[in-house]
Design a protein around this ligand. Structure first.
Ligand SMILES: [Zn+2]
Ligand SMILES: [Zn+2]
Length: 204
């Protein structure tokens, strides 16, 4: 691993950094690209601050929509997205090579016009598929808002028809898409989209 890109400070998206320290992989100076608020969060909270202070990781602050050159021929762009910003702000990451453009967007509260445009601009888009229906956590979707897949399938149909390969990710344990044999999974397939699975490799 030569660099990490962080989206935001919700548990599933940064706790893994804990494995990088000297008790684990013992990396040295690994660049971790993130927003200023995310970097401040890491610098202020143990055990992540230990990783920063001890030189295991090196937070690299990125500006909204400003490209970051990761390697020759590989650029990453952090795009702000609407999400409940508890410990940090939230970005999606666009990865660009000379051949293709990929979007990684695991967490959004709503699928608004700007988000739709981000999806449509990509050749490959990994999109928030947390819940199939809004009521899955026993609330009406206001406490943990995510765009329900049932609605996203229609909203993203134009992007899919326009050539964007859409892969739903960040699937919650309550989501019937966890079962590849479910009727809901077939509905996603019929819409020309896919569900991310463990071990899936995506070529750019
Ligand atoms: Zn989140
Ligand atoms: Zn999340």
């Amino acid at each position: 691993v030569q660099a990490l890109l962080l989206t935001h400070a919700h548990a599933g998206h940064y706790l893994g950094l804990g494995h990088l320290g000297k008790e684990g992989l013992n990396v040295r100076g690994l660049p971790v690209h993130c927003t200023a608020r995310m970097a401040a969060f890491l610098g202020a909270n143990r055990p992540f601050s230990d990783l920063v202070d001890g030189g295991s990781i090196r937070p690299v602050v990125v500006a909204p929509s400003e490209p970051v050159r990761l390697a020759p021929g590989l650029v990453a762009v952090p795009e702000p997205v609407p999400h409940r910003d508890d410990g940090s702000d939230t970005v999606a990451w666009v990865l660009e090579t000379s051949r293709a453009r990929a979007l990684y967007m695991p967490d959004i509260d709503v699928l608004d016009a700007r988000v739709e445009a981000l999806v449509a601009s990509a050749d490959l888009a990994l999109v928030d598929g947390t819940f199939f229906d809004a009521g899955e956590l026993g609330n009406d979707g206001r406490v943990v808002p995510h765009p329900p897949v049932r609605g996203s399938l229609g909203r993203l149909a134009r992007a899919a028809a326009g050539g964007t390969r859409i892969v739903l990710t960040h699937i919650n344990h309550t989501n019937p898409l966890c079962d590849p044999g479910s009727p809901e999974a077939r509905e996603v397939e019929r819409a020309g989209m896919a569900v991310a699975r463990d071990g899936m490799a995506l070529d750019l």
